[in-house]
Design a binder for this molecule. Sequence first.
Ligand SMILES: [Zn+2]
Length: 313
Amino acid sequence: MYHSYRAAELTDSHFSGVGADLAAINALAQMPLQLEDVYIRSMYLCSDQPCETDWSQFTPPALEQISRLVVGQSVIGGHDRRSLPLARFFKAAVVQKPGPGGEPSHWVQAWFYWLRKTSGATDLLLNIDGGIYREVSIAWRYRHWRCSICGKEDGVCGHRPGEQVEDSRCICLIDEVVDVLEGSLVYKGADEGAVVAGARSIAADMDDEAILCIWQDGNPLFDLLYRAELLSDVREATPEELAALQGSATHVWVDDLEQAVSCGCEPRHLLSLGGVLVTCHADSVASRMIGLPNFLVTSEETEVPALTIQRLE
Ligand SMILES: [Zn+2]
């Protein structure tokens, strides 16, 4: 039996099938939880690309095994198993995502949750969304490894992982993962080039901000920004998905706040501490928003009158 680690990176994606998410979370919880009770994020745990730290490589069956075995396991800090978990994995899937050089590759994306009302819950959220906690590492056990040069198991051939043999490099191929121990937030991962990505993602170089937009079709400015991948469109999000985002968005644009509210969405509830909501100015909106505790409302009489609502720290 072998025991190893592999590092990758946190993703900020947390849109997924929300009804199924809640059922999966409640399968692990001791008391019934609602989406408003939890924060949900996900991480790309590992891929089928060779890892140059130890010259190992998961095969497709291994990724499938990991995606099953990680459910119910703990998210901890720095592989320190003496401390209590920070969060828990409740769902995982093998997904396609380009590797470091843009090559097609497969990843295990694993979703985890933690409780909003616990002490430290906001710290964890802010550190993940702010890009402080961004790298992760998986700890797992496997039974055998297979030499990529000759196919023999466990090094009996004498080839060593990383060794150059004529035109090929010996890779330790892992077909069978028998256990996933935990996923850790780590200060520095080893899986070079893993990128932050996901449904909530904006352009990669804006990876520490979430800009959510709720707007109507036909707004030329925001269609332009959306095509430039500067905005994340959540028009298709269900109310449950928006509820899952509660308190985590750093920027929210709402084309028509009145309409959003009438559809059952209260966009200012999406804002993180310090987050900003911008909406087209309308007197009716301003009168609703001014005077809200913990919110700073300013109007700008620019070419397009706008209202800025900031959730105070
Ligand atoms: Zn060999």
